[in-house]
Design a protein around this ligand. Sequence first.
Ligand code: CMP
Length: 139
Amino acid sequence: RNRQHQLEMQQLIGTFPMFAQVDENSQEELLLLFRPKVASPGERVIRIGDRGDGMYFISSGAVEVQLEDDPVRLQAGSFFGEMALLSGGRRTADVIAVDFCQFLVLERRDFNVFMSKHPALRAAVSDMAKERKAMNVSR
Ligand code: CMP
């Protein structure tokens, strides 16, 4: 493996500690599956009511999830867009970039295949989705 590749791997794990729990081969697989995407301040990344096309990992920048009262800010190291993929339903909120952002996108098909091979990771993502939903109903 070349140096550049090793750096990419270190950066991936450094930014997203949740990937430390998957084995090295699967980390390699993720690097191949991720589709890079960028957004500018003010850009709508996810539209409420749309079908879920992918899950977004924030490599840099920040977004706001537009919830009823206060928006929730998510930054580098966090993810969003997991709910519609887990439920097979629609996007539950608008998500707006508040910075220049770089994302790594796991498309729906890749999400399904990868998560079925990594139940512990799926469970971690699913727990976070449950926490978020609970937070939303109590607002
Ligand atoms: P999804 O419904 O696919 O698209 C909108 C996303 O906003 C949702 O997935 C979550 O990733 C995110 N989201 C919804 N509620 C919250 C919350 N309370 N905190 C953080 N993120 C949230």
